[in-house]
Design a protein around this ligand. Structure first.
Ligand SMILES: [Zn+2]
Length: 66
């Protein structure tokens, strides 16, 4: 299980590309999202972006999925 610590830099997570647990740089970004719903053409959603320090794989995960 990956520890959920948003906004925390340098966390240890499982990397699918590496196939093992590696150190990730974690940042929170606001990304513009194009939804195909009629009311919100552009909405900026906070994403938690974890970048693997070993292979540079980027894992972006939307935070407010509640
Ligand atoms: Zn990796």
């Amino acid at each position: 299980m990956a520890s959920k610590t948003p906004g925390f830099e340098g966390v240890t997570e499982y990397c699918e590309r590496c196939g093992q647990t590696t150190t990730h740089q974690v940042a929170v970004e606001l990304r513009t999202e194009n939804t195909n719903t009629e009311n919100a053409a552009f909405s900026r959603e906070p994403y938690r972006v974890a970048t693997c320090c070993e292979c540079d794989a980027e894992h972006a995960q939307r935070m407010n999925n509640a």
